[in-house]
Design a protein around this ligand. Structure first.
Ligand SMILES: [Zn+2]
Length: 252
């Protein structure tokens, strides 16, 4: 049954489509596999073709945002392997140059729309993403109504090593980057960290990392075995929580 409602991008009453939050192609075997997603309260949901929400976007607006997703596929999925580099003291990283390798606006809008879709979605998996006033700021940047400002939505991308397990577990957490809020979106071995507002970020370790943030000239993906630690801890907590829930069920 078609679902009618207000599209959160154009604001019109329309038939709403099945809009993916993390674009469909990042669920690598989406035609054959069932995916398990986990929300921050450890509830799980199975999804055949990734997590979508049919209460947020009309088809036209979803298609518009899908154009930016294409830049994400191009860089993260297709070009990655050919861009391996050693940068400063980072043993393994991937370096992309604006113009030659990526289009700044398209890639920037891909990251912003990823976080914006997570924020407007009511799916449990994204219930910790609440951008507050930055939701409207993200939307007006995406609609070109507001001049983009680099203090908003700074993005740093990590990748787990190829051999790291659990690459297909997708989830999203609210975290801290120094003293400011940061959202981490885990999908397909990537960890996309987006900081809604860096204005009050204190001058410390965080600023060093911000030098590696995606910018108008370069985009760096840092491969880091330690970045997997976050995921391991999260999944251990999930396991523990499920065991406890099982126990409670059995006791009843
Ligand atoms: Zn629309």
């Amino acid at each position: 049954m078609a679902n009618y409602g207000t599209c959160k991008y154009c604001g019109k009453e329309k038939e709403l489509c099945k809009a993916h939050i993390v674009p469909k192609k990042f669920y690598l075997d989406y035609t054959t596999e069932r995916y398990r997603s986990i929300d921050q309260d450890f509830n799980k949901e199975y999804a055949q073709s990734g997590i979508w929400d049919d209460t947020i976007l009309c088809g036209d607006c979803d298609n518009k945002l899908n154009e930016y997703d294409k830049e994400g596929y191009k860089i993260l999925l297709n070009a990655l392997k050919t861009k391996e580099k050693t940068i400063n003291d980072i043993p393994k990283a991937y370096l992309f140059k604006e113009g030659e390798d990526f289009d700044y606006i398209n890639l920037r809008f891909f990251f912003i729309s990823l976080l914006w879709r997570a924020s407007i979605s009511s799916k449990a998996m994204y219930n910790k993403v609440n951008l507050g006033k930055f939701e409207d700021i993200a939307l007006s940047i995406l609609k070109n109504e507001k001049t983009d400002d680099e203090k908003y939505f700074q993005t740093i991308v990590f990748r787990e090593p190829e051999e790291a397990p659990y690459g297909k577990v997708h989830y999203c957490i609210k975290s801290k980057f120094d003293n400011v809020i940061c959202y981490k979106i885990f999908f397909t071995k990537f960890i996309v960290c987006i900081i809604p507002n860096t204005k009050h970020c204190r001058a410390s370790k965080g600023l060093e990392y911000l030098k590696l943030a995606f910018n108008k000239n370069e985009f760096v993906i840092i491969e880091d075995g330690n970045s997997f630690e976050d995921k391991r801890k999260f999944l251990n907590k999930v396991k523990k929580n499920w065991k406890q829930k099982d126990k409670i069920c059995k006791q009843r």
